[in-house]
Structure formats: C-alpha cells, structure tokens
Design a protein around this ligand. Structure first.
Ligand code: F6P
Ligand code: MN
Length: 334
C-alpha cells in the first residue's frame, strides 16, 4: 500500500468524508508544520544552543526552558497569519494572544502546551507538544479568556506530537484517533496507525510515587491494591512506568494500555491539581476517549468540566477504561 501523508489524509477527510472544513484542515497542517520545526530544534540539542533555562518564569511559576520559549514562538508565528484562527492561548502565556489586526481572522481558537515535559529536555528524554482546537463562540470578534472557557467535549480537534526516537503526531478530529510518523528525509508526516484502540486489559500504571505520602485515601487504596500484586485483591502483578512527560506516558498507554494518574494531593491542593485542564487534560481526554478509553478528574468525566480559568489545574485519571472507572468509583465511595 502507498504511504498516506497527513496532507492526503486531511484532504480525504475534507473532500471525500466531509468530516472537516477546509479551514480546519489548514489549521492542522499549520500546527503539524510548526511541530516539524520544533522537532528539528529539539533534535539539535546542545548543537543548536537551545538547552538550559530561559531565565524567566511562566504564569504557572515554573522556570521556562529556552526550548519552551522557542516552541511557543514557533507555534505563534506559524499560526498568526493563515486566517484560520480568532485567538491563541498557550500554557506559556498569561493571557490569550490576539491575531494581529493586519491578518484576517478565522473561526477557531487554538490552545497549546508548546513543550510538555520540560524537565526532560536537558536529559534527552522524550518531550512533546499538546494542542486543542475550539470554535470561537458566535458573535465574538475579539476573543478574551471567556471565549476559551468551554467544556472539553466541545473540542473540534486535539492532538499531540512526541519528540522521541521518532517524531510522532497523534490526532483526533472527533472521529477516532490516527497516528502519523515523521519521515525525516521527506519532511512529511505519514499515517502509520489508523483507528487506534487502547487495550482494555492492562497491568501497567503511571503515577509519581514520590508523592505517595500526600495522596488522598482513594488513590492510596487503588495503588496499594495494584502494588499488592498476585497475592493482593487484584490477583495479579502490575508494573509501574513514569516518564514524567505526559505526552510520552499517554503515548505508551495508547500503544499498550495502562492508566495514567496525576491526582490532587496535599502538595498541590491549593492549585487544584498539577496538570492544566485546557492545555493538557482536555486534549488528552478527547484522544483517550476517542481511542475507547476513559478520562476523569476522579469524580466525573474531564470533558464535562466547564473551565473556570485559562490556567486552571485539575486531577487527571486516564487510560484503559476499566481501571479509570475503578479508581473513580473509589473516589465516589469515599
Ligand atoms: O507539564 C507537566 C508535566 O511535566 C507533565 O508532562 C508530566 O506528566 C508531569 O508534569 C510530571 O510531573 P512530576 O514532575 O511530578 O513528575
Ligand atoms: Mn505540560
């Protein structure tokens, strides 16, 4: 079979299946092109002079890495002028970025975490870009924060790009999940997995176990049952993995199943959680649900939450459906 490029895939979604509009196709192509540039910058590492701290902190109070700032600039610059967007919001920027008046405006809002897993940049472990696409509310011509505060279920598209041994783009347009691998010689993303399904059966979990003493009772119970292994209530051994890049952990789960947890704990309770609803939780939740998995905040479906702020943080449980349902049930019982 002939390889199918991302461009061809999108044109077929637009023309043959009428699944997407031309301006959404353009948007995805532009984001993918920006991800290629970020992939090149990440790949150069020390040779590109891009490692290390930028010397500033973002609104989350986190030290920005040079590559955080560069990736944010690449995504902004690529997306400003195409006429497909009304505004942009980024984990690395305090406020929404308006489309400059010299360019036409479109009907979509783009939201991204330009470089997820920043703590892994300097140690050469996989990092990635996460993005989410919303429709700009009708009648809004100068979108402010309020325009972005839509439940994740309203996302029209979401995806992430992992910069690992290979560069991989995972995309949902609300009709299943497809995976594209960057052909570095040709410079094009090629469809390599169609209609991804998260395996239902899983014996793998992901959590930052160093926070154990801070966890709430339902998470303590759930993880204790997993680590009790064969002789415990689950009757089998579970394996643990934690890359500390959400993109890489979620990608493993999409590939071989598992559950990813970043619960709210005593350490991050005042912030509401560790991960960001708009830039991380919602896009990943849409992808996971579209691949047959589940995603909750421990109590309800993540995609049903109405965000209260651009940078709101939430607890996250996502992956293989049965496991997510179990840990969510433990929260309800408590
Ligand atoms: O963006 C936040 C993030 O870096 C995620 O990519 C990752 O899952 C998590 O934080 C890692 O958290 P910790 O530093 O607690 O391991
Ligand atoms: Mn992140």
């Amino acid at each position: 079979m002939k390889p199918v490029s991302l461009s061809r895939f999108l044109i077929e979604e637009q023309r043959d299946k009428a699944q997407i509009r031309p301006d959404l196709r353009l948007l995805i192509e532009v984001v993918a092109r920006a991800c290629k540039s970020i992939s090149i910058a990440v790949g150069k590492g020390a040779l590109g002079g891009v490692l290390g701290d930028a010397g500033a902190t973002n609104i989350q109070g986190e030290a920005q890495k040079k590559l955080d700032v560069l990736s944010n600039e690449i995504l902004l610059e690529a997306n400003e002028w195409g006429g497909h967007l009304a505004a942009i919001a980024s984990e690395e920027m305090d406020d929404p970025h308006p489309i400059p008046h010299r360019y036409p405006k479109g009907e979509y809002l783009l939201v991204f975490d330009p470089l997820d897993g920043s703590s892994n940049i300097d140690v050469n472990v996989s990092v990635g870009t996460i993005f989410s696409v919303l429709r700009c509310p009708e009648g809004v011509t100068e979108p402010t924060e309020a325009a972005f505060l839509q439940p994740g279920a309203q996302q029209v598209a979401a995806g992430y790009c992992v910069y690992g041994p290979s560069t991989i783009l995972v995309l949902t347009l609300g009709d299943g999940v497809n995976v594209f691998t960057l052909d570095r010689e040709v410079g094009s993303f090629v469809l390599t997995r169609r209609g991804v399904r998260i395996p239902e059966e899983t014996s793998e979990f992901a959590i930052n176990a160093s926070n154990q003493r801070h966890w709430e009772a339902p998470v303590q119970r759930y993880v204790a049952e997993l680590t009790a292994g064969k002789t415990g209530p689950r009757g089998r051994d579970f394996n643990m993995r934690w890359v500390a890049s959400m993109v890489a952990d979620v990608h493993r789960i999409l590939t071989r199943g598992g559950i990813f947890m970043y619960p709210v704990d005593a350490k991050c309770r005042d912030k509401g959680g560790r991960l960001r609803l708009l830039y991380e939780a919602n896009p990943m939740a849409l992808i996971v649900e579209q691949a047959g998995g589940a995603a909750t905040d421990g109590h309800g479906r993540l995609l049903d939450r109405t965000p209260r702020g651009l940078h709101e943080r939430v607890p996250v449980f996502l992956g293989s459906r049965q496991e997510v349902e179990r840990v969510t049930a433990y929260h309800r019982e408590a």
